[in-house]
Structures are given as C-alpha cells and as structure tokens.
Design a protein around this ligand. Structure first.
Ligand SMILES: C[S@@+](CC[C@H](N)C(=O)[O-])C[C@H]1O[C@@H](n2cnc3c(N)ncnc32)[C@H](O)[C@@H]1O
Length: 245
C-alpha cells in the first residue's frame, strides 16, 4: 500500500488523547523492548528515539536506563508536550524520521511500533549509519506480515510488512543481530465497530486511503461477522536488538 505521511501524521495527532488507554500491545512491547536492550547495556551517552508519540517507550527508558543526552523525534509536533512531562531535559526533533538530520554520535537508536510505517527500511538504515557510534545499539519493535490479518482479509488494506528474516537480512551487512523475536497476540472486542474504534484510537486509521462512508463501515461489520466467529484483532509484533559493527 502507498504510504501517505500526511495521513499518518493526521491520524496520530487525532488519536493522541486516547492513545495511551488503547495502546495495550504497544505498551507491552515498549516494556519488552527495554528489558531486552537491558540484557546488553543500560548506560548510553546519547539516545535517539524515533516516533516517540505520547512517550510510552520514553517513560520505560527513563525508568530503566542511564543516559546523558536524549533526542526525541516525531512527525507530530505536539508529541513534544508529552515528552516534556517525562524528561527534564531533551531535544525534540520534529519531522519525518526518514528525512530529518539526525543527531550525531548515537549510542542507542530506539523506536517502538514505528518502523512499519517507513517506505524502505534498507534506505532508512543506510541513511542513519553515519550518525551512529561504533557498537551503537539499535533496538526497535515493528510488526510482521500477519499484523491485522482480519483487516487485510476483509478489506485488502495492509502495510508492506517485512518478515523477521527480511529485517535481519537488511541489518546483517552492518549490524550484529543480538536478539530477534516474533510472536502473535490477539485482542478481543465486543463488536466489529469496537475494532474500528480501537484502530482509530491507536492512530492506525491511516491504513485507509479515504474516509469510510456509513455504507463502508456497515459492509465491514457485516463481512467481519460473516467470516469470523470470534471478535479479535491479530497483532504480529517483532522485536529486534542489534549492534552496529
Ligand atoms: C504507534 S505510535 C508509537 C508511539 C510510541 N513510540 C510508543 O511507544 O507508544 C507511532 C508513532 O510514530 C510516529 N511516526 C510515524 N511515522 C513517522 C515518521 N516517518 N517519522 C517520525 N515519526 C513517525 C507517529 O506520529 C506516532 O507518534
């Protein structure tokens, strides 16, 4: 699917107030990510977080890691207000992480539930290499091919998800993969409408290319109930920790 950065920005901006109470999987992932990074190191001079949003990952990092400088990025400018409440000192870099000028000498490049929105992970990794210190830890979570399987099945809408193996192949020329793990998690709902609301409140509305009419929503609900006995939404998280060679 064609990725529209403006649409992603608008969807996340609108979802921010309801994000934390709805982002159940993302919260769990942020905790897992930080715990796995801590297996290798918990002290970094310079940390750069990409797509910090409302700061779910930022808070985990602040509680568990020692650092000197923290740079936080997001497409949505008001994300800075959320990070302000978590970190006493940081530099906010507003904009598309694939295009901004990153800070130099990064010791931990970290991101939770963002890279699935990138056009091309390979290009992104190559673009960041000059800004990484040797032995820099790259720790991120993203989603694999089974993510939102039900939505893809019913609507045909999906991102161009990469498999864990494809991600590892992209990293291997310049990183040592220290840890990689993929799993599936299902959330339960009471109605197809609740599933759509959950997606909207976690900013995933940008999967759509146009606003759905009442007819589209009705058709989605009917198709869902015809196809599935249980009201679930599948997530397919991937966790990667790698070291820059
Ligand atoms: C699913 S949220 C995750 C937020 C946060 N990392 C967390 O742990 O909850 C994705 C975030 O990535 C941001 N984002 C998406 N694409 C981006 C891009 N190209 N550059 C910078 N931020 C991006 C969105 O604005 C949103 O805040």
């Amino acid at each position: 699917m064609q990725i529209n950065t403006q649409l992603i920005k608008n969807s996340f901006e609108k979802s921010m107030e309801k994000y934390n109470e709805n982002a159940i999987i993302q919260k769990d992932l942020a905790e897992k990510l930080v715990n796995h990074i801590a297996d290798f190191s918990f002290e970094f001079d310079t940390i750069f977080e990409i797509g910090c949003g409302t700061g779910i990952l930022t808070r985990n990092i602040q509680e568990k890691f020692k650092f000197k400088k923290y740079y936080a990025n997001d497409l949505v400018e008001k994300s800075k207000n959320y990070i302000n409440k978590i970190l006493p000192e940081f530099v906010f870099i507003h904009g598309n992480a694939q295009k901004i000028t990153p800070p130099g000498n990064i010791d931990l490049l970290v991101s939770n539930a963002v890279f699935q929105w990138f056009y091309n992970l390979d290009n992104f990794i190559n673009y960041y290499k000059p800004y990484l210190n040797k032995n820099c830890i790259l720790g991120f979570t993203t989603f694999g091919k089974e993510n939102f399987a039900e939505i893809n099945d019913i609507t045909g809408l999906s991102l161009n998800y990469l498999s864990k193996e494809q991600i590892e192949d992209i990293l291997k020329p310049s990183f040592e993969v220290l840890y990689s793990f993929e799993y599936k998690d299902k959330l339960n709902f009471n109605s197809p409408l609740e599933i759509l609301a959950h997606m909207k409140n976690t900013g995933v509305n940008s999967l759509k290319t146009k606003n759905w009419s009442v007819k589209d929503i009705k058709a989605f609900c009917e198709n869902y109930l015809n196809k599935y006995n249980s009201l679930t939404l599948t997530y397919n998280p991937i966790i990667i920790i790698a070291k820059f060679k």
